[in-house]
Write a protein that binds this ligand. Structure first.
Ligand SMILES: Nc1ncnc2c1ncn2[C@@H]1O[C@H](COP(=O)(O)OP(=O)(O)OP(=O)(O)O)[C@@H](O)[C@H]1O
Ligand SMILES: [Mg+2]
Length: 460
């Protein structure tokens, strides 16, 4: 394996020798420089980390740091400082230094900090690599993920980009439906046009119609001037109907007619207005269920769901959790003024095994809160809220399985008793097939309770 290369920048030769010695012994490659200019000239060697003295003649450490960050924003830079210039270090951290060490240096602490920096660099690199690989095929900047589920989603988005096909996005709350809708619009052929959304869940039914279709002056009391509706605003762009299951019945009728005719009238008007819009809708209910419950028109459902896309819940794409968490840590570093970019192994296990009913939104909030509450440079178990720690189940709870199978076994025993071990009647009573019943008799060794079943096992 190629040695990782570490840069040491310090005007003090004894520090360069000391660090160089430690690093060589740990198997790293080392290049050392007595000033910042030299280091900057060698940046194309691709250092994996840089140890940078704060106080140097010529360019000082802060200035060198800023220039390094312009060349490689991600490389971890560890500032090395004497006791009396610790103040400068705060500035350095704000300018993107990974961490700092105060002289005299302690070998253990130095190596730990360095290793963490390298590990973090690796993660960021992986994140970028994944994005780049996907980007070759698809370009959805804001949607992070590498799981099979997300890749399938990307493929689906890709298919509808350059068409005007009507898309229905379904998925639990917080899975990223709005993100998907925007990805389709901003990467599709209508990206020059407007993206207009209307949240049907947030607008009372009696106002939905005027919001969507607009009205003419005098259409109703209070209509002192004419107003364009969202459909008109979306001309040549995309109309995004969010929480579409909450659209009122009357509005549904009118919207269906609009979809059929691609034209409409404002409320109180009689002029036909023709618009060219692409319609994308989203819902966190299964829209078909709303149809079956009589709350949503079936004909409108089919018009909206020409191309259905399902965004899978986070618990079904656990592969995305680490990469999303890393993304959110980066996102909130500035806001929280904390250089947190690592999650402890234990905390990661909890995050992986939690069910995430609020999906990515809940994960984002959890990471943000954990960063705020952490008083070290990592997110560990104690930074996570109690409910998440408690509800995170490491593996399928074996006790639960025992209980479930106990219930099944009891039901079988009772049914067999009630029918005097008549196979046909027992199967009927339990609403299962005869073959299934045979299998269950074998699995639970029910012949030990009812010896007369033995012949069925030998000769089923
Ligand atoms: N794959 C992802 N990558 C990055 N951020 C994501 C991803 N999925 C969701 N998010 C973020 O999670 C939050 C929720 O996403 P969004 O609003 O799109 O969800 P939604 O499915 O529309 O939820 P709701 O049904 O509650 O409206 C947003 O802040 C969004 O940026
Ligand atoms: Mg939404």
């Amino acid at each position: 394996m190629k040695k990782e290369l570490i840069f040491i920048v310090d005007d003090d030769i004894s520090i360069r020798r000391l660090l160089g010695h430690w690093l060589n012994k740990e198997g790293y490659g080392v290049l050392d420089f007595e000033n910042g200019e030299e280091c900057l000239r060698m940046m194309d060697k691709g250092p994996a980390a840089i140890c940078l003295d704060v106080m140097m003649p010529g360019l000082d450490g802060i200035e060198v740091l800023k220039r390094i960050k312009k060349i490689d924003n991600d490389v971890p830079v560890i500032m090395v400082t004497s006791k009396d210039s610790v103040d400068t270090v705060v500035e350095a951290i704000r300018d993107g230094a990974y961490d700092y060490m105060v002289k005299p240096l302690d070998k253990m602490r130095f190596m730990t900090t360095l290793r963490k920096g390298l590990e973090n660099y690796g993660l960021i690199a992986e994140l970028k690599r994944t994005r780049r690989e996907l980007k070759d095929k698809y370009i959805f900047e804001n949607i992070i993920g590498k799981s099979k589920g997300i890749q399938r989603l990307f493929e689906q988005i890709d298919k509808v980009l350059d068409t005007d096909i009507t898309v229905l996005i379904q998925g639990e709350t917080g899975t990223g439906k709005e993100l998907v809708a925007k990805a389709i619009h901003y990467n599709g052929s209508r990206r020059q046009g407007p993206f207009i959304d209307i949240n049907c869940g947030a607008i009372p039914e009696n106002l939905q119609e005027s919001e969507l279709f607009g009205f003419e002056k005098g259409a109703f009391t209070g209509a002192v001037r004419a107003k364009r509706g969202r459909i008109e605003m979306a001309h040549e762009g995309t109309l995004f109907l969010d929480e579409v299951s909450e659209m009122g019945m009357q509005t549904q009728v009118k919207f269906l007619r609009f979809l059929q005719e691609r034209s409409f009238e404002r409320i109180g008007g009689n002029k036909k207005i023709e618009v060219n819009v692409r319609v994308i809708s989203a819902t966190n209910r299964i829209l078909k269920d709303a149809v079956e419950e009589g709350e949503f028109r079936e004909d409108l459902f089919y018009r909206l769901a020409v191309y259905p896309i399902v965004v899978p819940p986070l618990r079904e794409r656990k592969d995305d959790i680490l990469i999303l968490a890393t993304h959110f840590m980066k996102k909130y570093q500035n806001e929280t003024l904390k250089k947190i970019n690592t999650i402890s192994h234990e905390a990661m296990e909890i995050l992986t095994n939690y069910r995430w009913p609020g999906n990515v939104r809940e994960l984002e909030n959890t990471i943000y809160r954990a960063m705020v509450s952490s008083d070290s440079d990592i997110i560990d178990r104690s930074c996570l809220p109690e409910n998440i720690r408690e509800e995170s189940v490491t593996e399928v709870d074996s006790q639960e399985i025992v209980q479930l199978s106990d219930i099944e076994k009891n039901a079988l025993v009772n049914a067999l008793k009630a029918t005097d071990c008549n196979i046909t009647r027992t199967a009927k009573a339990l609403n299962i097939g005869r073959n299934t019943l045979y299998r269950k008799i074998i699995r639970y060794q029910l012949n030990k309770i009812f010896p007369e079943l033995t012949r069925h096992i030998k000769d089923p």
